[in-house]
Write a protein that binds this ligand. Structure first.
Ligand code: GAL
Length: 418
């Protein structure tokens, strides 16, 4: 009796407390100048709705540290209210019952009709919406320094023979042809663009989505690996494990003439005051003009005890709204996930990315390195293998192919198709 009374008294007391602004802790890895600005843009929009964004930013390009922190926090029952989680992991975590279903928001804002098919599919699990997509990055992007290209009278290369001729001229003129870091994920990011260039989206999916072990013995993978190694002669020597922002600095400071990396580099160059088409230009990686190697930045909401559901739903709704999509993606370097995105407001890089992406599944390939194609285990094992091959010129290409096939066999089959 006494316990019941005390419980009731505590409840009354709690109800009488003044209402404070709801706080949502958001875990992500956006710490560079442009990433920070893009996150701050979301913070300010959220503030207008009376919600506080408590920042949990874990540094480290491609989110290696952030994913570790997120996992350990979830395991110790300290999940944040929202986090950047992308690709098949969304469904895996959804299956564990960790994620808040956003069906109400999605229905009300008509996400099914307004979001492009691939990002929409990536946030759904058995008919439920379990995440909110922010933007689509294009990985197969080649950036070039306008000043160096003008000075040497060069055109951006579209084929590999053109690339080599261009890079040789740049080298002779005393510049570094290709800015590149030796950091494993950055090497793997270049590698996957080369695989796409050699084999196209269907072959790429055979390798990393369907995980067909035999596909790893195909000469197309051999050629992609050999090109990765051959490109070393155009990279800084020795090659350092610089962060992606420091690597992009080489391009910004007119030390290097080209860089192949996801278009978050565009956001970063813009944040440093370098304008698209003025200071630098971008084209697709040679041989991938009509292809889109994508990564979709996405926020999931952790259900917890459902006490922040209203605020979480507000965040989700805001993220997908047209104005936030346009503003956020312009800063981040990615493109909106919405069908009604206004291409007149985009620069040439984003326009080309968006116009290619909307062509649909046939031209699209999910980034392995950026967690869109497979689970963490396969990604980590392949990235480590590619890095080893890249750093060790003695390793025969066939040996690298055999090892990758072995990894796929050991880890088991992937998706039939997506
Ligand atoms: C990607 C991520 C991007 C970008 C990049 C560098 O994995 O999708 O948002 O920030 O890493 O950290």
């Amino acid at each position: 009796m006494l316990i019941v009374f005390i419980n009731a008294a505590v409840c009354v007391l709690l109800l009488a407390l003044p209402v404070r602004a709801e706080t949502l802790e958001v875990l992500h890895w956006w710490t560079s100048a442009s990433e920070r600005r893009a996150a701050d843009f979301l913070v300010s929009r959220l503030e207008k709705e009376g919600l506080d964004w408590k920042d949990a930013a874990i540094p480290g390009g491609s989110g290696l540290g952030a994913m570790k922190v997120l996992k350990s926090r979830v395991l110790s029952d300290k999940a944040p209210q929202a986090a950047q989680l992308i690709g098949p992991a969304i469904a895996e975590w959804g299956d564990l019952g960790l994620l808040l279903e956003l069906d109400g928001v999605a229905k009300q804002a008509k996400w099914g009709a307004s979001i492009l098919p691939t990002p929409y599919a990536s946030v759904r699990l058995r008919g439920h919406v379990i995440a909110a997509p922010l933007g689509v990055h294009r990985i197969n992007t080649l950036f070039y320094n306008q000043k160096i290209f003008k000075q040497l009278g060069l055109q951006p290369p579209q084929t590999w023979p053109e690339f080599e001729r261009t890079a040789d001229k740049i080298k002779r003129a005393g510049f570094i042809p290709l800015a590149q870091s030796g950091e494993p994920w950055q090497v793997a990011t270049l590698f996957e663009s080369l695989v796409l260039s050699e084999g196209g989206p269907a072959y790429y999916r055979d390798l990393f989505v369907r995980r067909r072990a035999n596909a790893f013995f195909d000469p197309r993978l051999g050629r992609a690996l050999e090109r990765l190694r051959a490109l070393r002669r155009y990279m800084p020597d020795p090659i350092a494990e610089k962060s992606w922002t420091l690597t992009a600095k080489m391009l910004a400071k007119d030390e290097a003439a080209m860089m192949m990396m996801g278009d978050w580099v565009k956001g970063e160059l813009n944040a440093w005051g370098l304008a698209t088409d003025v200071a630098f230009g971008c084209v697709a990686v040679p041989g991938t003009a009509d292809m889109h190697l994508y990564s979709i930045d996405t926020l999931v909401m952790f259900a917890g005890n459902y006490s922040r559901q209203d605020a979480q739903e507000k965040l989700a709704q805001l993220i997908v709204s047209p104005a936030v999509q346009a503003g956020y993606n312009r800063i981040k370097g990615s493109v909106p996930v919405r069908r009604d995105a206004d291409i007149r407001q985009m620069d040439s890089c984003s326009r080309s990315s968006w116009q290619t992406f909307v062509k649909g599944g046939m031209v699209q390939a999910p980034s392995l390195t950026h967690r869109m194609a497979s689970d963490e285990a396969l990604k980590d094992a392949i990235v480590a293998q590619v890095h080893r091959y890249f750093m060790d010129p003695q390793m025969p290409t066939s040996e690298a192919q055999r090892r990758m096939a072995g990894i796929v066999r050991a880890l088991g089959a992937g998706e039939k198709d997506i």
